[in-house]
Ligand binder design. Structure first.
Ligand SMILES: [Zn+2]
Length: 140
């Protein structure tokens, strides 16, 4: 090809003319985005081929919201002994909620994590408050 500015013969892959420094048509060509096939979760959907008609819409995964919800639910069951699980779940849920606003994803998960974490912390606090109070009455 030839330079559009000075007419020099150029390599077809040239991005900028070495003679006059003017960008060639290659310079303006949009960069091809790397095609990344969505990797299904391990063992998931392995037998089911993705529906061809549906456009691949990769919604960002709000990992913090998911972790927050999992820890929040686990925290309810573990709360009596491991209140820390609910506290970590609460932290993840708050971060997940912040990310949900930016990513437009996982808002419901983050709120679920928030609620379950608070319930876990409440159970934990009430239980240990009851334990401490009952011991206090023993000593007095
Ligand atoms: Zn040129």
């Amino acid at each position: 090809m030839f330079c559009t500015n000075c007419g020099s013969q150029l390599d077809d892959r040239a991005v900028i003319c070495p003679h006059c420094g003017v960008p060639t048509n290659n310079y303006y060509r949009p960069v091809q985005p790397a095609q990344q096939p969505a990797q299904p979760a391990e063992g998931f959907n392995q037998q089911m081929p993705a529906p061809a008609q549906q456009p691949a819409q990769s919604k960002p995964v709000n990992a913090f919201a998911i972790v927050g919800l999992v820890l929040g639910i686990s925290g309810i069951w573990l709360s009596v002994l491991f209140g820390i699980v609910s506290i970590i779940g609460l932290i993840f849920s708050i971060v997940g909620l912040n990310k949900a606003a930016k990513m437009n994803s996982g808002r419901g998960l983050a709120i679920g994590g928030l609620v379950t974490s608070i319930i876990g912390i409440a159970i934990w606090a009430i239980y240990w408050a009851a334990v401490i109070l009952s011991r206090a009455t023993v000593y007095f």
